[in-house]
Ligand binder design. Structure first.
Ligand SMILES: Cc1cc2nc3c(=O)[nH]c(=O)nc-3n(C[C@H](O)[C@H](O)[C@H](O)COP(=O)(O)O)c2cc1C
Length: 343
């Protein structure tokens, strides 16, 4: 049996993300514009730094979520299991890639099942919000959540990607009302994320008012889906259009500040271009509850759970050191740490 086209697209995304330069161009995540006030007298022991946090009812040992990436192929299945085992060992959260492939082709559902190796983690399912305009409703979303035994459903908003993708779904009319309706009926929390161009204060406000419990910024400055689509574009014109959007979007640092302003209490996951523990610390000081990391974990996830674990551990070690050097012994104190930004 030949693989369905959606599996081929997932494979293309993995190949391009692993082999090509898909970093945003001409725009940064924005953390370089912020610096902590160094504390030369932290009056604490590095060993006493506590990075634990409760999110969506689960306790995480560190405020980290592996961002939604893949599923729907044998390679994706292996990647997902390596990510899941690493997340279980480290006590961090994991979101998997869009489950549309599994809903449309039940034979692919196994590629998203990781609970057997990650029984305790915060585990998030993912679907494109635009699918709510293409026949998906409560039933499909419930299937996605149940198949993964997920704790919540993340809907991704990707209008620019859909414009640049061959045959993309570009009708985003009426989605907010459909997201609100879903959030009121689904028995698990609904979160919303971007895929690399950020969420503004106004959009976050509308989403929170619609009953969405959290947003993941997926801001600009990290992996760029216009760059990914550039490598898959059919024809020179489509390629040029994609290339022209390389610097599009709301930088991650700004998106975090805006999403936090939209609601003091909602869950805000800062992501998009977070590569170091120092950037993770800044994201939290700017208002994020958790930070999300995507593509840096992809290559290690093709190798082994330990390779993923090592990459995450380096980031967490740095986060701990940054907390120590601002005198924050826990995340509540890091939220209040003095950070100087653009005037
Ligand atoms: C190979 C790959 C596949 C992705 N697939 C999805 C997806 O299915 N759903 C989604 O919401 N985001 C998807 N993303 C976007 C990531 O979740 C993340 O928002 C983005 O890569 C920015 O984070 P980063 O700069 O740390 O990579 C994908 C990213 C990569 C690299």
């Amino acid at each position: 049996m030949t693989d369905p086209p959606i599996s081929q697209r997932k494979l293309d995304h993995l190949r391009v993300s692993l082999e090509e330069d898909v970093q945003a161009k001409g725009i940064n995540a924005g953390f370089e514009q912020y610096s902590f006030v160094h504390n030369a007298l932290p009056e604490m022991d590095l060993c006493g730094v506590d990075t634990s946090v409760v999110a969506l009812g689960k306790t995480l040992r560190a405020p980290l979520l592996i961002s939604s990436m893949t599923g729907g192929t044998d390679l994706a299945w292996a990647i997902n299991r390596n990510l899941a085992q690493a997340a279980q060992s480290l006590g961090v959260g994991l979101a998997l890639g869009s489950e549309r492939a599994a809903i449309e082709h039940p034979s692919l559902a196994f590629t998203y099942r990781v609970r057997d190796v990650a029984p305790d983690i915060l585990l998030l399912a993912n679907l494109g919000a635009v699918q709510l305009n293409n026949g998906f409703d409560l039933e499909e979303c419930l299937k996605a959540v149940k198949n993964m035994e997920a704790d919540a459903l993340v809907l991704h908003l990707n209008p620019l990607q859909e414009c640049l993708q061959d045959g993309g779904n570009t009708n985003f009319k009426g989605l907010l009302a459909k997201i609100a309706s879903l959030a009121s009926r689904l028995p698990v929390p609904v979160l919303v994320k971007e895929v690399g161009w950020g969420i503004s204060r106004l959009v976050a406000q509308k989403l929170f008012e619609a009953g969405v419990q959290g947003v993941e910024t997926a801001g600009a400055g990290g992996t760029s889906w216009s760059e990914v689509e550039k490598h898959l574009a059919k024809g020179e014109d489509r390629r040029t259009i994609a290339e022209d959007f390389a610097s599009w979007g709301i930088p991650t640092a700004q998106s975090i500040v805006e999403c936090r302003k939209a609601s003091p209490g909602a869950l805000v996951i800062g992501s998009g271009g977070i590569r170091t523990g120092i950037e993770a610390a800044k994201a939290i000081a700017l208002g994020a509850d958790l930070v999300g990391v995507g593509r840096p974990l992809l290559r290690p996830a093709t190798v082994s759970p330990v390779a993923v674990q090592d990459r995450i551990q380096r980031l967490l070690d740095e986060l701990g050191i940054a907390m120590f050097c601002v005198g924050a012994s826990n995340l509540a104190q890091l939220h209040k740490a003095e950070i100087r930004g653009p005037q």
